[in-house]
Structures are given as structure tokens and as C-alpha cells.
Design a binder for this molecule. Structure first.
Ligand code: AMP
Ligand code: GLY
Length: 421
């Protein structure tokens, strides 16, 4: 089969790496891809958000299957467009991808179907939002409705901070139209855990749990990033949590979307908090997380293409989705200054000396036989071992030979959770 993966990050490298193992994938393409991806797939020079260009390329080149990985093309309706052109495509249609694109939509869906989440109110009027913050007090969470590259959420410790966030989003339009509507919600407490799940719109198959590290610096300090590292599974997510989540969150979400006429086929990302009152949804995403994907797919034992096809065809109940009984750690090596200002074009050395780990490329490009940095998150060194502690140690050990000017990475991926067990 000729398969095209849409996207260009570490997540897409991990997806290509997993698909490459499938005996049924005869030709693998990635648009636009990156330096590392170009080693295992043919990179195609079409932007991930170029819907018409992508459909035209897939059609002209007779793709049998397209996997749309990033949020933007999903929200824009790339899967709908592929289907309209008669091409089988994996990922939710735009009307289901809205679970990520609009926090207000997701909160209303959860309220309507009794799916546990933080109490909230939605505002389009700045003054009403400010009054609400005053009456609720702090801590309180202010979120802009639309996509804001993971930066549109402020967990405010004081009323002043919360009001500033409201003004920043609604008056200063720091996130453009994404902040025209804000969601203000109760501040929950407890460990955060992510569960990615495959679904064909009826059956839902959760993958092993995982945990991202979103802040730039050690000890969860500094600005939010796309993710500085991930571990899987999460030791504090027990089989009892898994049972409760299946019953109260996972299946109800799939059923709710179905009832709303927004059948979700693809990977759904459940960002949850294990609160004293039980697991609650913090957010949904309509795709694999990055770098959670790199950690989780490293443990997958079943042919990924078989699972993706079953999600599209509505036959997921017939696939035996298996994961290794092991743990993994993906350590992100980033450009100094990320996520604010950073330079690109730095030569990456030592990649050929990495042993016992897979290095997924995120922001890299090839320059003859050298790799150069080409983004904020550059590489994801991913190791698998029988226990989480060993996986973490192995990832750090494997990363040692790798370097580039101003390379920055967190020294504590997985530490917090290992300390707690
Ligand atoms: P989100 O983009 O909605 O996932 O929010 C980003 C981060 O903000 C989450 O990963 C949490 O750490 C935090 N957060 C979001 N909502 C809440 C909440 N209601 N209570 C506490 N923390 C939250
Ligand atoms: N790692 C968080 C995300 O992909 O949204």
C-alpha cells in the first residue's frame, strides 16, 4: 500500500517509524516531513495545512491511505477533503475534530452527557468574565476558546492574575480570535495523566497511559512548551482508574459524539486529572499528543496500519491491539531559548553514537549528510525498558553523545512521578 503521513514533527517520525514496520506498507511518504523522516519515508514538499495541495498530491500519486496527524489540518477538514476525493484517510472529520478546536464545545458536550470535568462558565463579554472571576475567587483557570498552540491557558493563583488573563485574551486579543470567547473554570488538583485511544466511532481502545512535561525548565518551571518529554505508562494511573475512565469518560465521549452526529474516528487524546473525587477531563485533543506519541508507539506490538485501517473501516473490535508490558521515556532535546526565541541551522553531532534508543526527529533538516536544527523541539530520544526507572536512565544515557549549539533539555523527565512511587 502507498501511505502518506501528514505532518513534520517527532510525532510524525514515530508514526512513520511504526508504519515502516508494517509488511503491507510498500511505499511511505510524509508531507512535509523532516530530516529524520527523510531516512525512512519520501518527504513531499506540501505544507500540512495546504488542503487542496495535499489532496491533489495524494490523488495524483495514487495514495491508498492517508494518516493526518496534526491538529490544524484536522480542524480545517483535511480528512473530509480526502474522503470527498475518494481517498481513505485516518483522523476525525472537522465536525468531530472540534473537540480540540473549541474548548467551549467540549465543555458543553461533557456537561450535557455527564462526563466528569471541572465546573465552568463560558463568556463572550469581558465585563461579565471579570465579574465572574471576582465572585469565584482564586485559584481559578482562564482559557481561550480556540487553538492557541497550548498557550491559551492560565492557571491563576490570584484574582488579579485571572483578571489580567481575561483582559489579555479578550481586550488585548493576545491570541487573536481564539480569545473572543473564554472558558473560566474551577481549578482542579491531582496528578495529570494522558490516555490516547484509538476509536472507530463505536469501539474505543485505550493505549497505555502517558505523561507529558509541558514546562520548559526543571521542576515544572518556565513557560509552557509543546512538550519537553514524556513517559509511558504513568505509574499512578492504576487498572482501577482505567476501569473508571472507560466507564465514565472514554466510552461516554465516543457515544456522546455519535449522538451529536459527530462520529469520531481517529485517535482521541484524553488529558485528565486524577482528582480526589476521581478522574476528570482537563482537555480533549483530536490526535496523538507530541511527545506522548513517541513514548506510547514505542510500546506498540501490533501492526499500526492494521489498527488505523480498522478505525477508518469501523472494524476496530476485530483487531487485537497489543502493547509491550514495558515502560518508555521520550526525552526532548530543544533549541536554547525555545519556546520563545531560538536559532536554527545548528549542526547536530553524535547521532551515530546513540545506542539502545530511537531518536525521533522533530525540528531537523538534512544538509547533504549532516543534520541541522530546524525548529524549537529538535529531537526526541526514546528508550524502552522493563521499568520506568530504567527507561528514564536509558534515555538520558542515550542522549549523552548528541549535541548542537545551545542545546537544552530537562534533566528531570519522569523524576517527579518516580519520586512519588
Ligand atoms: P489545557 O490546554 O486545557 O490542557 O490546559 C493546559 C494545562 O493547564 C493543563 O495541562 C493543566 O496543567 C492546567 N489546567 C487546565 N485546566 C485546569 C483546571 N481546571 N484545573 C487545574 N489545572 C488546569
Ligand atoms: N503534548 C501535548 C500535546 O500534544 O497536545
Amino acid at each position: 500500500m502507498k501511505v502518506l503521513v501528514v505532518g513534520s514533527g517527532g510525532r510524525e517520525h514515530a508514526i512513520c517509524w511504526a508504519l515502516k514496520k508494517s509488511p503491507r506498507v510498500t511505499e511511505l511518504y510524509c508531507a512535509p516531513g523532516n530530516g529524520g523522516i527523510s531516512e525512512i519515508a519520501e518527504c513531499v514538499d506540501v505544507k500540512a495545512t495546504d488542503l487542496d495541495g495535499m489532496v491533489a498530491w495524494a490523488k495524483d500519486n495514487a495514495m491508498d491511505f492517508v494518516m493526518v496527524a496534526p491538529d490544524d489540518p484536522l480542524a480545517m477538514g483535511m480528512v473530509d477533503a480526502m474522503e470527498a476525493a475518494g481517498i481513505r484517510a485516518f483522523g476525525p472529520r472537522a465536525n468531530a475534530a472540534i473537540v480540540e478546536g473549541s474548548k467551549a464545545f467540549s465543555k458543553e458536550l461533557m456537561k450535557k452527557y455527564g462526563i466528569p470535568t471541572a465546573a465552568y462558565e463560558i463568556f463572550t463579554d469581558k465585563d461579565a468574565a471579570l465579574r465572574y472571576v471576582e465572585t469565584q475567587g482564586a485559584p481559578i483557570v482562564v482559557k481561550c476558546d480556540g487553538l492557541a498552540l497550548g498557550k491559551g491557558v492560565v492557571v491563576a493563583q490570584t484574582v488579579e492574575e485571572a483578571k489580567e488573563a481575561v483582559l489579555n485574551m479578550m481586550e488585548n486579543k493576545a491570541f487573536g480570535e481564539a480569545g473572543a470567547k473564554v472558558v473560566i473554570e474551577e481549578c482542579m488538583t491531582g496528578p495529570e495523566v494522558t490516555v490516547l485511544a484509538f476509536t472507530d466511532g463505536k469501539t474505543i481502545v485505550p493505549m497505555p497511559s502517558s505523561q507529558d512535561h509541558k514546562r520548559a525548565f526543571d521542576g515544572d518551571q518556565g513557560p509552557n512548551t509543546g512538550g519537553m518529554g514524556a513517559i509511558s505508562p504513568c505509574p499512578n494511573y492504576t487498572s482501577e482508574h482505567a476501569r473508571i475512565c472507560m466507564e465514565t469518560i472514554f466510552q461516554p465521549t465516543v457515544d456522546a459524539l455519535n449522538r451529536e452526529g459527530r462520529t469520531f474516528r481517529g485517535v482521541i487524546y484524553f488529558g485528565m486529572m486524577l482528582t480526589p473525587k476521581g478522574p476528570r477531563v482537563v482537555e480533549y485533543n483530536a490526535r496523538f499528543g507530541d511527545p506522548e506519541c513517541q513514548a506510547v508507539l514505542s510500546l506498540l506490538d501490533t501492526d499500526l496500519l492494521e489498527i488505523l485501517e480498522a478505525c477508518v473501516d469501523g472494524t476496530l473490535d476485530r483487531v487485537d491491539v497489543r502493547f509491550r508490558d514495558a515502560a518508555s521515556c521520550c526525552l526532548v532535546l530543544a533549541s536554547g531559548g525555545y519556546p520563545v526565541v531560538y536559532e536554527k541551522g545548528k549542526e547536530i553531532t553524535g547521532l551515530d553514537q546513540v545506542t539502545d534508543a530511537v531518536v525521533f526527529h522533530a525540528g531537523t533538516k538534512k544538509d547533504d549528510d549532516r543534520y541541522l536544527t530546524n525548529g524549537g523541539r529538535v529531537l526526541g530520544v526514546t528508550a524502552v525498558a522493563p521499568t520506568l526507572r530504567e527507561a528514564v536512565d536509558k534515555a538520558y544515557e542515550a542522549a549523552k553523545p548528541v549535541s548542537f549549539e545551545k542545546m537544552h533539555y530537562r534533566k528531570d523527565i519522569g523524576f517527579h512521578i518516580l519520586d512519588a512511587i
